[in-house]
Design a protein around this ligand. Sequence first.
Ligand code: ADP
Ligand code: ASP
Ligand code: MG
Length: 438
Amino acid sequence: MKVMKFGGTSVGSPERMKNVASLVTESGEPTFVVLSAMSGTTNSLVEISDYLYKKNPEGANEVINNLERKYMQHAEELYSTDEMKQTTKEFLAGEFDYLRSFTKDLFTSFEEKSIVAQGEIMSTNMVVNYLKEQGVKAVLLNALDFMRTDKNAEPDPQYIKEKLQAILAATPESQIYITQGFICRNAYGEIDNLLRGGSDYTASLIGAAIPAEEIQIWTDIDGMHNNDPRVVEKTEAIRQLNFEEAAELAYFGAKILHPTCVQPAKYAGIPVRLKNTMAPAAEGTIIDNVLVRGKIKAVAAKDNITAIKIKSSRMLLATGFLRKVFEIFESYQTPIDMIATSEVGVSMSIDNSTHLNDIVNELKKYGTVTVDTDMCIICVVGDLDWSNLGFETLATEAMKSIPVRMISYGGSNYNISFLIKEADKQRALQNLSNVLFT
Ligand code: ADP
Ligand code: ASP
Ligand code: MG
């Protein structure tokens, strides 16, 4: 069986949904389909929740009404029979009534999770109804019955595997299974999710649980490009990436892949293929265990980074100084992305600045602290094993006109990272493309 995951744009219009239906039926092979919400829907559902937190039911109702109009129109265009139009519109009306029911009560994060879950519930029902109308036997599986996180809010692969395999065994023989990406239950059985963009993660977890032969992520671009296509001109699709390279790129900002998605596939040894729904014939990118030696593959950028430097004469020849510093970050559950040390100081970067003030106040006990905000990590990814000559020189050469706050190299065999001002990002990415890929 293969897993095919379609993102928001890929199910974003009646035409695109029809396209998904033909892509999943085309091969004739058993297929497990994971769908995102229609593009824009999760944002609207978050907007509704924000209005309700702010005790503004009128604002929430307006977004709900607009969304309902859009969905009803979509159903009108998607189906050809009056019967299926009617069935789907009744289902959607129930969904929007459910959303409206939250405008009357006390609002907590539990209600918010229930609201944002409805986007995937609607898209999967709509596609299944379309397949049924086309005479295709497709089975809709409810992700809330088998996707689960544990007490640390991490997916529970053992539970997912057991549940999913039991469900598949008990489900009538089918070629096509469809389920929702993103949504799950938490350790207490409540509705929860795998964070924004998390449908890729669902696909990978399901692929590992089945286990599938291949996990395909279908989106609106023909694979992983060698630089951010939203920022840089003339980027090109990369044919192949190693799991580690893909993980670095996803973590450092290549939005095509959710950062968490690589891990389950990697551990299960299942290749991940990135494909373009708008151009299915394009080769896309295959992510697997193969490492092509001596090549820089791609560049990515991660925004909203804060750099923190602590300078202390106490660090000189002292043991335990770094431990104290790290413990402060740990106690505020703030991961460190980059780090550089010198004899008397250490610089670190974080992307979650929720507890910045508390962290800085505690660090001040140990030395002088400097903070730089609006920074950006530029990550150059490929076979950067230290025995390869010249690659780090090439990357730094490309950055020669950009002020660099920090460099990290040698943490893994796969990347060299630069911390720069966000304002210099476009120029840095373009320079790197010019030097590394032309
Ligand atoms: P989906 O809704 O299908 O999950 P996303 O919007 O999450 O799609 O991801 C696809 C988008 O990722 C592309 O449209 C592209 O603009 C963006 N992107 C950012 N960096 C890269 C990259 N290096 N290669 C390909 N796409 C990238
Ligand atoms: N619909 C969710 C989001 O927009 C999950 C996803 O599409 O991956 O974040
Ligand atoms: Mg995505």
